[in-house]
Write a protein that binds this ligand. Structure first.
Ligand code: ZN
Length: 70
């Protein structure tokens, strides 16, 4: 419950990578989730919906796999 775990968001206009591996510009309304102690960004709201339902089937899947498994 401390602030140190909260990663700061990028500045608006910065280039970021979405969970799907695409590059995009960070906007205040960029779909995002806080996952494993870091921000994860989504290319579209529907990607985030998929993630909310099940991270394993969303576009985040490559991201989750490369963290814990090879
Ligand atoms: Zn996506």
């Amino acid at each position: 419950m401390t602030d140190k775990q909260l990663r700061q968001l990028p500045e608006v206009g910065n280039q970021i990578y979405s969970a799907c591996g695409g590059q995009m510009t960070f906007e205040p309304d960029t779909p995002r989730a806080f996952f494993r102690e870091e921000w994860v960004f989504f290319c579209s709201p529907s990607c985030k919906d998929d993630f909310d339902r099940d991270p394993a089937i969303s576009c985040l899947r490559p991201h989750t796999i490369d963290r814990n498994e090879i």
